[in-house]
Design a binder for this molecule. Structure first.
Ligand code: ADP
Ligand code: AMP
Length: 218
């Protein structure tokens, strides 16, 4: 059996983690685990966890660590994670990073590489204000990654929507939360020798190419 491969994509909201995580997961034959998508799925299914998460997500705050870690633990226990995963939006706090290390020890591995997709704040606001989502998780942008038909998902024809937390005032708060609570992880992964900074302002294909290179060289 191949050694499982776990990749952590770091970066502020709007950096392109979701866009790139899907591409990497497909190219490497791994699952894509987005904690934001998992919370949104719970919300859609009207679970207790979904309602709890929504009270934090709508304000641009982080969902408490214990709840988030338990959800990831359950996800990683599923058989499709045996070969590894591309983690997107997790860990987001030092406590989550420590828990991830514990969780991965059951696979006999640690995080292989933690690319940081770096994008300046003004670009993030522009990206998130033009982000169009499909209910199946695909991500478009009004200008930079438009669907063939405006507001319609290319793959399943469903109507696209804008996330409530992509409103400019919530976006600004999410960026602050990132700087305060998540940015310390840059140093955490740097000290472990796992951080690779990638210029996230380049075109989507170019960012994918650089990420694939970082993974291959890890
Ligand atoms: P994150 O998951 O980090 O919040 P997304 O992958 O959802 O970010 O990307 C945010 C928005 O920016 C989306 O609308 C996406 O289509 C767009 N986007 C992603 N990468 C790029 C890029 N390299 N150049 C321009 N737009 C991008
Ligand atoms: P995202 O889809 O990654 O932008 O996440 C959307 C929202 O979900 C965040 O603003 C948080 O409220 C919540 N969330 C996602 N991942 C985490 C996490 N690892 N820890 C805490 N909250 C999270």
């Amino acid at each position: 059996m191949k050694t499982p491969l776990f990749i952590v994509l770091l970066g502020p909201p709007g950096a392109g983690k979701g866009t790139q995580a899907k591409r990497l997961a497909q190219a490497l034959g791994l699952v894509h685990i987005s904690t934001g998508d998992l919370f949104r799925e719970h919300l859609k299914n009207e679970t207790v966890l979904g309602q709890l998460a929504q009270s934090f997500m709508s304000k641009g705050e982080l969902v408490p660590d214990d709840v988030t870690i338990k959800m990831v633990e359950e996800r990683l226990a599923q058989p499709d994670c045996e070969q590894g995963a591309v983690l997107d939006g997790f860990p987001r706090t030092p406590a989550q990073a420590e828990s991830l290390q514990d969780l991965l020890s059951q696979f006999g591995v640690g995080v292989k590489v933690a690319p940081l997709i770096a994008v300046p704040d003004d670009v993030l606001v522009e990206r998130l204000s033009g982000r169009w989502m499909s209910t199946s998780g695909r991500v478009y942008h009004a200008l930079y990654n438009p669907p063939a038909v405006k507001w319609i998902d290319d793959v399943d024809g469903s109507e696209l929507y804008q996330r409530d937390d992509d409103k400019p005032e919530t976006v600004r708060h999410r960026i602050e939360v990132y700087r305060e609570q998540t940015a310390p992880l840059i140093d955490y992964f740097l000290k472990k020798g796992l951080l690779v900074e990638i210029d996230g302002t380049q075109a989507i294909d170019c960012v994918t190419e650089n990420l694939m290179k970082a993974v291959k060289e890890a």
